[in-house]
Design a protein around this ligand. Structure first.
Ligand code: COA
Length: 158
């Protein structure tokens, strides 16, 4: 399937909030309390997207549309760790489960043109997706945290 890819705009934030909130629940419901997941609901995430969109030229977000509906998104920006400021980091990528395994993620990743990303070590499926798209572990790992919950992460680069 070929999705239409374009820059995210202000008019997208409601749908993006919905999708991004769903991604928190999908990825972290084992790790985060129902209260925190509720706080990360569509409205909060939609508000956050308004900030993403106006964050500045170095920060870029794309959406993927199928039949005029947004089914995925990706966000990139400068590397967030010391020494990586000139590199492009993939901050997030997500495809609506109903549209997975049809190439939308690959299209978004290609468009983002990032150099590296961090991913939860436990997220085997997405690590397979990145490997398939020529991102490989670069032997750097960290003990990260989200909302106080420990999260083991690995870095992948191309
Ligand atoms: C990772 C994600 C973006 C992939 O999106 P997608 O549209 O399903 O990916 P594609 O269809 O482009 O997949 C391309 C290739 O990657 C590999 N791949 C994708 N998903 C995979 C999975 N779950 N398990 C194993 N390999 C996978 C496959 O080789 C696939 O090609 P194939 O379907 O012909 O076998 C999507 O699964 C997702 O949103 N996951 C939840 C969010 C997430 O984990 N984000 C990354 C961490 S921030």
């Amino acid at each position: 399937m070929t999705a239409l890819l374009r820059r995210a705009i202000l008019g997208d934030v409601n749908r993006l909030g919905e999708l991004h909130s769903a991604s928190w629940t999908e990825l972290y419901s084992d790790l985060l309390s129902p209260e925190i997941l509720e706080e990360l609901g569509p409205e909060t995430m939609g508000d956050l997207w308004k900030r993403f969109i106006f964050r500045g030229d170095a920060y870029v977000q794309y959406v993927a549309e199928v039949d005029d509906e947004i089914v995925g998104f990706v966000g990139i920006g400068p590397g967030r760790e010391s020494g990586y400021e000139d590199a492009t980091e993939l901050y997030f990528i997500y495809v609506d489960p109903a549209h997975r395994r049809s190439g939308v993620g690959r299209q978004l990743l290609a468009k983002a043109d990032a150099d590296y990303l961090w991913i939860a070590e436990a997220n085997r499926d997405s690590r397979a997706f990145y490997r398939k798209n020529k991102f490989f572990p670069d032997s750097v790992a960290r003990e990260g945290a989200i909302f106080g919950a420990p999260l083991a992460e690995v870095r992948m680069a191309r």
